[in-house]
Design a protein around this ligand. Structure first.
Ligand SMILES: [Zn+2]
Length: 192
């Protein structure tokens, strides 16, 4: 899945998953045929986290993307003070600003909830995340993993790898690898 202010680009997802898989297989000498995956088409950014939440550009309330994109994070922070980047928000958290901590902590919670939903639906081998929020600090990934201990459905504990891509995407992206990439290409993109 890949979302930002515009709609999902399946190609971007395929590229992201394929790239991440290549990196994983190169680094860890893994068998790509066992790992490589199609991702999931769709717009998980518009999955509902809170039906009474913030109004989304799609017209629904409480979509995931209203909480975890850079824009959403900075808009939230802006209610306290102007913040220019998620990196700055992160620094404010480390400076002891409780409101900054709460914004970041909530984003991590919602990412973990989403990962649980993805895992329950697709049972992937690997979840690959990318984006400036995830790239702020390796501690963010660890924080998400910590949240997962709370939210992941018990049978799925330890069944997948959660990792970070190096793609440098601007928006948060979550891809799941399990099914054959070719299958995804065949069943997904050709339906566009
Ligand atoms: Zn939406």
């Amino acid at each position: 899945m890949h979302w930002e202010r515009s709609n999902l680009l399946p190609e971007a997802l395929v590229e992201a998953v394929a790239s991440a898989v290549r990196k994983l297989t190169d680094e860890q000498n893994m068998d790509a045929s066992k790992l490589i995956g199609g991702g999931m088409p769709g717009e998980i950014g518009h999955s509902t986290i809170d039906p009474n939440g913030k109004l989304c550009e799609c017209g629904k309330r409480g979509c995931l993307q209203t909480y975890i994109t850079d824009l959403a994070l900075l808009q939230e922070a802006g209610q306290i003070k102007p913040v220019g980047s998620v990196g700055e928000l992160y620094r404010l958290m480390h400076d002891g600003e409780t409101w900054a901590f709460n914004i970041i902590d909530r984003a991590c919670t919602y990412i973990a909830i989403t990962i649980n939903n993805v895992v329950c639906t697709y049972n992937p081998d690997t979840i690959v995340m990318a984006g400036s929020f995830i790239d702020i600090d390796p501690a963010i990934l660890e924080r998400v993993k910590g949240k997962l201990e709370e939210f992941i459905r018990e049978p799925f504990v330890g069944t997948f790898k959660l990792t970070r891509s190096q793609l440098g995407e601007q928006a948060i992206m979550i891809g799941a690898a399990k099914l054959a990439l070719q299958r995804y290409l065949g069943n997904g993109l050709q339906q566009q």
